[in-house]
Write a protein that binds this ligand. Structure first.
Ligand SMILES: Cc1cc2nc3c(=O)[nH]c(=O)nc-3n(C[C@H](O)[C@H](O)[C@H](O)COP(=O)(O)OP(=O)(O)OC[C@H]3O[C@@H](n4cnc5c(N)ncnc54)[C@H](O)[C@@H]3O)c2cc1C
Length: 460
């Protein structure tokens, strides 16, 4: 029982010698994700077929070896980190787009497909897959299913779960299941698809995904609105979302975020800017022109210093590149950061901004906030140096206060990054013990031996 020399031989028999690595540098590379928390696995395997993945799980099940599904390891809560060692199963060799069905607006893909590649492939055929996490150039669709990823366009189009019609997956026992449908509707039995989406790789290893697609919008218009008051910007977001127009993105950057990206933007920004909104509309060309004017007028009528319309794709790309670069360049401000993706009801965004300021003052730490304000999902980054014990303690307290405020405002502790290991201890504050016990029961049914991504979501 457990991982032995024989396990390596059996893994090699399944995926070949090239499909397994025990190399210490490789093990280190697969020991962490975007949280930076690191736990070494005993082996990393790269199956290239569903049958190989099923054989790996059968082997692990028979020998009680933990298996951790992994896409690109860009997760923000430690979901792909092997906290109990064992095998990290990487889906990078299962990365084929199997079918794009233009007539039925459906795609079938393997889990290791990079989301940005999927976007390009469907858009070449005049189709559209809306979920667009800011990490889309690196993250996999399997990882998006694992976390039920969102992204800027979720404001108008919803999140990953809204586009998953069906799955093929391997249970921890090695049995292969098929869930959902390849049709526009389907309610036969319990919705196992939705149960697996967002389950953070703890219930089943997803091996094939059937996606719902839309028609590619005719035109997109991107604009930036500057404010000299954070409260004013927050009130504008709440106000815009009450209008009949639904922008596809409403991203918010606070003053600290703007300082970090200012130099990479080619347009002039007034010196007094304290908040920036990136707004994006899509639709047919007539409607979009009219809506862009309405949104610009709304911002100007609500205290915006200036509103700039991107004149071409290059200017729009520049705005998005600046926004997407924010998370990595935050390390310029401090050695460590805790990134919390809290969500509050849209009408409570102004309250959240006020409360965040109080937490910043109380903790004496820098808090940098940006993100998907249009759906109330703000990424709040608490900057600190973990080598400094006092700072680390203040950062921990700030997280505690942030979750308290979020829940009091009727929000949730995670909108798209999941619970993983970083939010485990906070989950019981949002979910009652009755519901937690139901969830633990579901985990037991899927995974009686607790081998699939153990030590995640729940404190046992
Ligand atoms: C700079 C940056 C920006 C980001 N922006 C966003 C954003 O805008 N929106 C957003 O939602 N997230 C964002 N993220 C977080 C992250 O990219 C997403 O959570 C993404 O879905 C992770 O994909 P991955 O392939 O890297 O998965 P991994 O990190 O490898 O895994 C994530 C989880 O999914 C599970 N998993 C992976 N593959 C499978 C599979 N085949 N079957 C079952 N479970 C599986 C893993 O076990 C793990 O629990 C961002 C991250 C970074 C670093």
């Amino acid at each position: 029982m457990g991982f032995t020399g024989n396990t390596v031989k059996e893994l090699e028999a399944i995926v070949g010698k090239a499909g397994v690595t025990l190399d210490s540098e490789e093990l280190l590379c697969y020991s962490y994700d975007a949280t930076g928390r690191s736990y070494l696995p005993q082996a990393v395997v790269f199956p290239s077929t569903e049958a190989q993945a099923a054989d790996i799980l059968k082997l692990a099940f028979a020998n009680s070896i933990p298996v951790v599904p992994r896409g690109s390891g860009s997760g923000m809560t430690g979901g792909a980190v092997p906290v109990q060692g064992g095998i990290v199963l990487v889906t990078s060799q299962m990365n084929r787009i199997l079918e794009i069905d233009r007539e039925n607006f459906i795609a079938r893909v393997q889990p290791g497909v990079i989301v940005g590649d999927l976007h390009r492939a469907v858009e070449e055929k005049g189709l559209f897959y809306p979920p667009d996490p800011a990490s889309s150039s690196v993250c996999t669709i399997g990882g998006n299913v694992g976390e039920c990823a969102g992204g800027p366009r979720a404001v108008k189009y919803g999140v990953t779960r809204d586009y998953i019609l069906g799955l093929r997956a391997v249970l921890p026992s090695g049995e292969i299941i098929r869930t959902g449908v390849a049709t526009a509707k389907g309610v036969a039995g319990y919705d196992l698809t939705r149960l697996i989406v967002g389950s953070e790789g703890t219930l089943a290893l997803v091996t094939e995904i059937t996606l719902r697609l839309l028609a590619k919008p005719e035109q997109v218009k991107t604009m930036a609105a500057f404010f000299d008051s954070v409260d004013q910007a927050a009130r504008t977001v709440s106000g815009i979302m009450k209008q009949a127009i639904v922008p596809r993105c409403v991203e918010y950057l606070d003053e600290a975020s703007i300082r970090l990206v200012r130099d990479s933007l080619s347009f002039e920004m007034p010196d007094s800017v304290k908040a920036l909104l990136i707004l994006e509309l899509d639709g047919d060309s007539d409607t979009i022109e009219r809506e862009a004017v309405q949104v610009r007028d709304f911002c100007e009528g609500h205290g915006s210093l200036d509103v700039i319309l991107a004149e071409n794709q290059a200017q729009a790309d520049q705005l998005w590149q600046a926004r997407k670069a924010l998370s990595p360049i935050l390390f310029k401000i401090a050695k460590n950061k805790i990134n919390e993706d809290i969500v509050v009801p849209i009408s409570r965004i102004p309250d959240l901004v006020r409360e965040t300021r109080k937490i910043q003052e109380k903790s004496g730490l820098t808090l940098v906030s940006f993100g998907h304000a249009g759906d109330g999902n703000i990424h709040c980054n608490i900057m600190y140096d973990q080598r400094d014990k006092d700072q680390a303690e203040r950062a921990e307290k700030a997280v505690d206060d942030l979750f308290e405020v979020t829940l009091n405002l009727g929000g949730t502790i995670t909108g798209e990054h999941g619970v993983g290991i970083t939010k485990m201890k906070f989950l019981p504050r949002e979910i009652s013990s009755i519901e937690l016990n139901l969830m633990k029961g579901i985990k037991k049914v899927f995974d009686p031996e607790n081998i699939l991504n153990p030590g995640k979501i729940f404190i046992q």
